[in-house]
Design a protein around this ligand. Structure first.
Ligand SMILES: [Ca+2]
Length: 235
């Protein structure tokens, strides 16, 4: 079962079919201005060097686990989950923001070999003490531009309320351009469910931070993630 959200609609669309059925969104194609005249060799060489530098800087910003064309499948990701962060309420109800690897209670993250969606591992989030507030966690910014499709697989145990997805868009200077909660629900199920969001990003967006949001999780609650990917939609 897939839950699709189109930016032009406030309604969920639930699809029973699997992977195909990529949702489509309207919108204009990105326009890349062209000068219309040939670059002299030096200018061309300079442009190439600048391109390499920009790609290098983007590489510093994007995580190695967030290759544009590859899904995060948790097969080779360090158990430290580099770049992943989580926000959770502490015992006083205040929110704390830490690297995923720095959390032990009320929530703990690990790689898990039990019933992964792909390969031999998925990401497991254990709520070891009741978490009455909100839990928000996610990877570092994923390379994303134009019209994109976000897909991931999720399953859970012991939760009472559907989760949601929150997104933040960044430019190549790491400036946050926008943040918003999508209408996509993360369904509660002990079997793997694929969740898909598609939409058009701001023209200057090059990075997308995906946050998984859950609230009111009882002690013993568990969430698993696998095969997270953001890919460009062919236009
Ligand atoms: Ca996997």
């Amino acid at each position: 079962m897939k839950y699709l959200f189109h930016p032009d609609s406030v309604d969920f669309q639930v699809h029973q079919s699997s992977a195909q059925n990529a949702p489509s969104c309207g919108g204009r194609a990105l326009q890349i201005p062209r000068t219309g005249r040939a670059f002299p060799w030096r200018a061309k060489h300079f442009r190439k060097v600048c391109g390499v530098l920009v790609l290098g800087l983007l590489g510093q910003f994007m995580s190695a686990s967030s290759a544009q064309d590859g899904a995060i499948d948790f097969e080779s990701l360090s158990p430290e989950f580099p770049g992943w962060t989580a926000i959770a309420a502490n015992s006083e109800g205040a929110q704390e923001h830490r690297a995923v690897s720095k959390w032990d209670t009320p929530v703990h993250f690990s790689l898990d070999a039990e019933k992964p969606h792909s390969g031999s591992s998925s990401m497991k989030c254990d709520v070891v003490e009741e978490l009455p507030g909100t839990l928000i966690f996610g990877p570092p910014a994923l390379a994303a531009k134009g019209e994109v499709e976000l897909r991931f697989f999720v399953r859970s145990e012991g939760l009472h309320t559907d989760g949601t997805i929150s997104l933040e868009e960044y430019d190549d200077g790491k400036k946050r351009l926008s943040g918003y909660r999508t209408k996509v629900k993360i369904p509660l199920s002990d079997e793997w469910q694929e969740v898909i969001w598609s939409g058009r990003l701001k023209p200057e967006t090059t990075g997308l931070r995906v946050r998984f949001v859950f609230a009111g999780i009882p002690s013993g609650g568990k969430i698993w993630l696998d095969d997270l990917a953001v890919k460009a939609v062919a236009e």
